[in-house]
Write a protein that binds this ligand. Structure first.
Ligand SMILES: *Cc1c(COP(=O)(O)O)cnc(C)c1O
Length: 365
């Protein structure tokens, strides 16, 4: 079997060093003689770990002291419901900036709890982020929701929108910890761990304190940020294994040089692929506008703008034979998608680029 290079969109590749560290420590957490997984979540062992990992998040993103850091269950989609339930009560209405499937799903979920104003005109072709001056923002909105990186369509924000004082909420499930952020410009940032910072089961939520204490009465306690902040994320038994793995990934990012280093690598890896696409005379086609191209997920078609399905099939088959796996585009859009999160190395991207170059030479007319 060839060496495997995993370009999956999520659950996605994790750093080899992290598996190594977990293997070492799995059955004997910090010399306690038992695994963290069989330790009470109310023990000082667990609570110290809980604090340790919150501190790593705070250092990596420079999180100001008036923000709470929560480790919750229910994944990204749990927060699609939690966001309106925690925030919409102020005015009963919220702004949603829909730039792909995930923000569309977030908007749909929010409609269960209040009024949703669509900031952008409807489309079924997500290929960029319209200029901010065209946005239909409602000054009365309780919050403005964006998806920082659309994992399926490969559309990423490279700027922080100006919401004129309305709290900005960002789903960063697929680009959390890929770059530095000015957290103070956001009301809430959230993301499931299984793309860029660990395994499924935990969602990391960073929430500004003045946005607490306004949840709808129907909000379940486990989705209520205020209740969870008060309980320091042990309101109920938290997803401890997922939090543990996320903690290991975050510590790994820190030892590797932090978010500036991750951003530098993401820029390098993504431009290796985009440059090849641009220089292929249309053989490879990336649909997203240049200023909104994701540095995490790169969707592209082969043969033409619409994609030549036979060629794409052959591409995937040849890739798999070389150990380049999970490159198939999401079923809703087709084509190819290369996901190159923090754990995917420059060397692995080189292997992919080499294969893409050879495939191009063989098939280009
Ligand atoms: C994967 C993903 C989600 C959904 O996450 P779950 O943990 O599966 O609920 C939400 N938003 C984005 C941007 C994602 O990539």
């Amino acid at each position: 079997m060839p060496k495997i290079h995993n370009f999956g969109a999520g659950p996605a590749k994790m750093p080899e060093d992290v598996y190594e560290a977990i293997r070492e420590e799995l059955t004997n957490f910090k010399g306690s003689g038992i695994s963290l997984m069989e330790t009470s979540h109310r023990s000082s062992t667990y609570m110290n770990f809980n604090t340790e990992i919150q501190d790593v998040v705070r250092r990596l993103l420079n999180v100001p002291s008036n923000y709470k850091i929560l480790f919750l269950a229910g994944g990204g989609q749990g927060q699609f419901a939690a966001v309106p339930m925690n925030l919409i009560s102020r005015t009963g209405t919220a702004d949603y900036v829909v730039t792909g499937s995930w923000s569309a799903m977030a908007a749909k979920e929010a409609k269960k709890y209040g009024k949703v104003n669509m900031v952008l005109p409807p489309t079924d072709r997500y290929v960029g982020i319209p200029d901010q001056f065209t946005w239909n923002l409602d000054p009365n909105a309780s919050y403005v929701h964006i998806c920082g990186n659309e994992t399926i369509h490969g559309v990423e924000f490279d700027f922080i929108p100006d919401t004129k004082g309305v709290p900005l909420v960002a789903d960063m499930s697929s680009n959390f910890m890929s770059k530095k952020l000015d957290v103070s410009k956001f009301g809430v940032i959230y993301g499931g761990a299984q793309k860029n910072i660990g395994t499924s089961g935990v969602v990391l939520v960073i929430v500004r304190e003045d946005l607490l204490n306004q949840a709808l009465p129907i909000c379940p306690a486990i989705l209520d940020w205020t209740a969870n902040a008060k309980a320091d994320s042990i309101l109920n038994t938290p997803p401890m294994f997922a939090i543990y793995v996320m903690g290991k990934c975050l510590q790994w990012i820190e030892t590797k040089g932090g978010l500036d280093k991750m951003a530098e690598l993401a820029a390098k890896k993504s431009s290796m692929i985009y440059d090849l696409i641009e220089n292929s005379n249309g053989f490879y086609y990336a649909p997203v506008a240049k200023d909104a191209r994701s540095k995490m997920n790169i969707p592209f078609r082969i043969g033409s703008e619409k994609g030549d399905e036979a060629l794409e099939k052959e591409f995937l088959k040849g890739a798999e034979a070389l150990g380049l796996i999970q490159l198939k585009g999401h079923r809703s859009v087709g084509g190819i998608r290369a996901s190159i999160y923090n754990a995917v190395t420059v060397e692995e991207v080189e292997v992919l680029v080499k294969y893409m170059t050879e495939f191009y030479k063989k098939h280009a007319k």
